[in-house]
Design a protein around this ligand. Structure first.
Ligand code: G3I
Ligand code: 9MR
Length: 551
């Protein structure tokens, strides 16, 4: 089990792009200076002074910063401070984040339902198909005139949500959106990327091939009778720690919810835009998605408060959300941008901005509007710029004030904290795209560094990457497959002061401090699970830093 360490030099364990801001956190001590050492020759290539010691509350740690941004020559290095162990070896390279970005998308392939993973694509993580999902029962909560309780429907494909084997529309919303947005914003980067998935080479960029695996499932989650969308496709309870092929529980679609309809409408409107450029490869798909989006929207207008209420016989993830203004605004924005039909347009003056999460998606509307700004009126474009800039200024201020030079506070270490940090970075990147400023990019870089090892645990939070990656994620295939290494490319949830998983856990967290509330153990579903919505900003931010960082 991973213990909490606040005694080592903390650094991004993958490394840095040549032009990036490069900062390490060093525990308090007597040394006044640091040096950067060539990992091959042992020669010192750079010396610098450590910053002043300051208290970082999330880990109750006294730290100093080592800023070695001037190091630009590609190579393998370690950071040295007298009196303590050297940092892990890190690289400076022009393609430093290409591999993690690719692996973060490939992780979705590894979580595909309803298909075998072949050795040619999956290597040692090959496995037989699980969950055909071609015999799914309509649960009592989802029954309607055309589909009474017990009706059998087919809704194959999609990704397993996380460490569990269920499929949830709400969480698919922000996830697919973020992957498609990454493609919309950085098409050249993704067109050049090959992931060795079964569809590679078919004329679509692989990120779109992967997103389609889930979009096809989502389309099957819409009731053709009324346009409503089932909240989830699930077992009654969570499976044991078994491989997908051995999880044979009955599957159900459960309750149509307003949030599911709106998240579905948003993503289908966006996907319709994206796939319009691939009519030759996928004839009719774009139009089908837009029609599905409009029907889901209309259903939500007629059912504006159908909040998900977990039925008493269903015990899997809830993704319940009773605040739906943001879902309406986001879906309306996507439909408006795609169709320019004014009936969908939300009141932008009244739409706030914040960092998005699965249950609060208004920020995604602003991301789309920022991307579309050249098509907006001058007044709309000015509003978008000011909202995005205001949010970024808050985040930059947190970053600047932080002793760790990372824009997080104690209350930010909650369930899935790593994805919260990467979504902050994603929003900072929107501001940088509108108006490039070194501090904005450095604040995004800092959040990325934090999840890749510049944290007081000295822990990379991505499987397969960094000197100390998670080894025991709460991910059923990684535990049950008999392969030592977990499936690579997954971001784990991260430090979570809630520690909701202690009951039934054979080990305890080493600390109650927020930034140290992490346990690299299978039992720790509150800090060490993986999830599709958490990986999405990892894909986005790694690709964006790779594409935007000046050389
Ligand atoms: O919204 C409240 C906020 O108002 C309050 O201040 C704060 C204080 O703790 O809590 C917030 O609620 C949290 C909620 O997430 C919203 O983010 C809950 O404490 C927290 O327990 C809850 O965690 C969710 C978790 O399921 C348990 O329901 C995670 O966000 C969510 O990502 C996670 O999702 C699970 C799926 O259900 C099943 N599949 C795996 C997946 C990942 O663990
Ligand atoms: O494995 C489940 C995980 O995917 C969920 O995110 C988590 C929270 O809903 O629940 C996990 O299942 C646990 C259950 O809630 C309580 N008993 C232990 C289960 C983990 O083995």
């Amino acid at each position: 089990a991973g213990l909490a360490h606040a005694d080592g030099i903390a650094i991004n364990q993958i490394g840095y792009l040549p032009g990036a801001a490069k900062v390490a956190a060093v525990p308090a001590g007597d040394a006044k200076a640091f040096s950067v050492v060539d990992a091959g020759t042992g020669r010192t290539v750079l010396r610098g002074d450590l910053g002043a010691t300051a208290r970082w509350e999330p880990a109750a740690q006294d730290v100093r910063l080592a800023d070695f941004s001037v190091l630009k020559a590609p190579g393998h290095y370690r950071l040295h401070v007298d009196g303590m162990a050297d940092s892990p070896t890190f690289i400076v390279a022009a393609d430093a984040y290409a591999a993690v970005s690719a692996a973060a998308i490939k992780a979705y392939y590894f979580n595909r339902a309803s298909t075998p993973l072949l050795a040619a694509n999956a290597g040692r993580w090959a496995r037989p198909a699980g969950h055909p999902d071609d015999h799914v029962l309509v649960h009592a909560s989802a029954a309607g005139p055309g589909r009474p309780e017990g009706t059998v429907i087919s809704a194959p494909k999609g990704w397993y949500d996380a460490g569990d084997y269920n499929k949830y529309i709400v969480n698919s919303g922000i996830t697919v959106y973020t992957l498609l947005a990454a493609y919309e914003h950085f098409p050249a980067f993704f067109k050049a990327q090959q992931l060795n998935i079964p569809e590679t080479g078919n004329g679509l960029p692989d990120v779109l091939n992967e997103a389609l695996w889930n979009l096809e499932w989502m389309l099957a989650m819409q009731d053709p009778a009324d346009g409503g969308v089932y909240h989830k496709l699930t077992n009654k309870g969570f499976d044991g720690i078994v491989m997908p092929a051995d999880a044979k529980g009955e599957r159900y679609v459960v309750q149509k919810s307003t949030a599911a309809a709106l998240d579905f409408a948003a993503v289908m409107a966006q996907a319709s835009r994206v796939f319009a450029a691939f009519e030759a490869q996928r004839p009719g798909l774009s139009a089908r998605m837009l029609a599905a989006s409009r029907r889901a929207w209309d259903w939500a207008q007629a059912h504006p408060k159908d909040v998900y209420r977990q039925p008493s016989d269903i015990r899997t993830g809830g993704y319940g959300d009773d605040k739906l203004d943001d879902e309406f605004a986001w879906a309306g924005t996507e439909l408006w941008v795609t169709t320019r039909d004014a009936r969908y347009r939300p009141d932008l003056d009244k739409l706030a901005i914040n960092v998005p999460s699965w249950g609060d998606v208004k920020g995604l509307a602003w991301v789309t509007l920022a991307q579309q700004r050249s098509t907006l009126t001058t007044a709309d474009a000015a509003l978008v710029e000011s909202r995005v800039a205001t949010l970024a200024a808050e985040q930059v201020a947190l970053w600047r004030a932080s002793a760790y030079r990372v824009g997080t506070r104690s209350q930010d270490y909650d369930w899935g904290s790593n994805s919260g940090m990467l979504n902050r970075a994603l929003m900072l990147i929107q501001a940088y795209r509108l108006k490039p400023s070194p501090d904005t990019l450095a604040a995004a870089q800092a959040l990325f560094d934090h999840v890749l090892g510049r944290n007081p645990l000295g822990q990379s939070m991505v499987t397969g990457f960094g000197a100390k990656p998670p080894l025991h994620p709460h991910h059923r295939p990684s535990e049950a497959d008999g392969v030592d290494a977990p499936v690579p490319g997954f971001l784990v949830g991260g430090p979570n002061a809630g520690q909701q998983d202690q009951k039934g856990c054979p080990v305890t967290y080493a600390s109650r401090l927020p930034a140290l509330s992490y346990l690299d153990h299978l039992c720790s579903y509150a800090s060490n699970e993986v999830a599709i919505n958490w990986n999405a900003p990892l894909v986005y931010v790694s690709a964006a830093l790779q594409a935007l960082t000046p050389t």
